[in-house]
Design a protein around this ligand. Structure first.
Ligand code: NDP
Length: 234
């Protein structure tokens, strides 16, 4: 396990907050980036991940404080609309945060991981392999995350950098709380998710925390689904 700071994007709430909490509980030095720059665990810096210049400046500032050991690309947005009327604006907003910002953050952290090795964990989604109605942009963005993970993994393996895509199924957070509370959705989840319902942010956080803590550079490029068995259910 490489020593040093761990950067978590979107660490102010939801899955990102749980990841920050898990890493802090493992004694790690965590820096969370979000637009609000708030949160309970680790240090917090305000940064809109879709602002390339801001990301470059913030990453350089973090690296100036000390070594960087890992990046968790977690910040994400979820916009739904029918495919037949999806607006370019909503498509590009989704791609800007869920895909382009993942590339930019990883690119900016790369020089700081290059010398000592480290881990990049991208938070993708089970939807990267599902044709979920209303999720045209979200599915496309998460498929892009899986694809970028593979390319970065292959290019950076020689430096001891492991790049992984952790792809959750339904996890109850602000992103989907109202949707998951619907009776029809709850009944549907009981039949579709072998584990019986949605997971919680801590499920994802424990996986990410252990992947970083037990860093295994030979494990790289993979998409690891954490979905209660939903994706393989018949
Ligand atoms: P939340 O909406 O609960 O949290 C999103 C986080 O991202 C917040 O910390 C928010 O902070 C931050 N954020 C949003 N926009 C930006 C931005 N432009 N720049 C910097 N930070 C930003 O989402 P979840 O915790 O549910 O989701 C986290 C990740 O997990 C996402 O990538 C999502 O796609 C993925 N995921 C979630 C699933 C679920 O069921 N919840 C399932 C599969 C994947 P702030 O508002 O302060 O900027």
């Amino acid at each position: 396990m490489a020593e040093g700071q761990i950067v978590v994007t979107g660490g102010s709430k939801g899955i990102g907050l749980a990841i920050a909490r898990d890493l802090v509980s493992r004694g790690r030095d965590v820096v969370c980036l979000s637009r609000s720059g708030t949160g309970e665990f680790g240090r917090h810096v305000a940064c809109d991940m879709t602002d390339e210049a801001a990301v470059r400046e913030v990453m350089a500032g973090i690296a100036a404080e000390g070594p960087v050991a890992a990046l968790v690309n977690n910040a994400g947005v979820h916009i739904t609309a029918p495919a037949g009327s999806f607006s370019v604006e909503d498509f590009e907003r989704t791609m800007a945060l869920n895909a382009t910002a993942v590339m930019v953050a990883a690119r900016e952290v790369f020089p700081h991981l290059q010398e000592r090795g480290g881990t990049v964990v991208n938070i993708g989604s089970l939807f990267d392999k599902i044709g979920a109605p209303g999720n045209l942009a979200y599915c496309a963005s998460k498929a892009a995350v899986a694809a970028m993970t593979r390319v970065m993994a292959v290019e950076w393996a020689r430096y001891g950098i492991s790049v992984l895509n952790v792809a959750p199924g339904y996890i109850e957070t602000d992103l989907n709380r109202d949707y998951l509370a619907r009776e029809k959705v709850q009944a549907w989840m009981k039949t579709r998710i072998p584990a019986g319902g949605p997971g919680c942010p801590d499920d994802v956080a424990r996986l990410v925390g252990s992947l970083i803590s037990e860093a295994t550079p030979f494990l790289t490029g993979e998409t690891i689904y954490i979905d209660g068995g939903q994706g393989m259910n018949h």
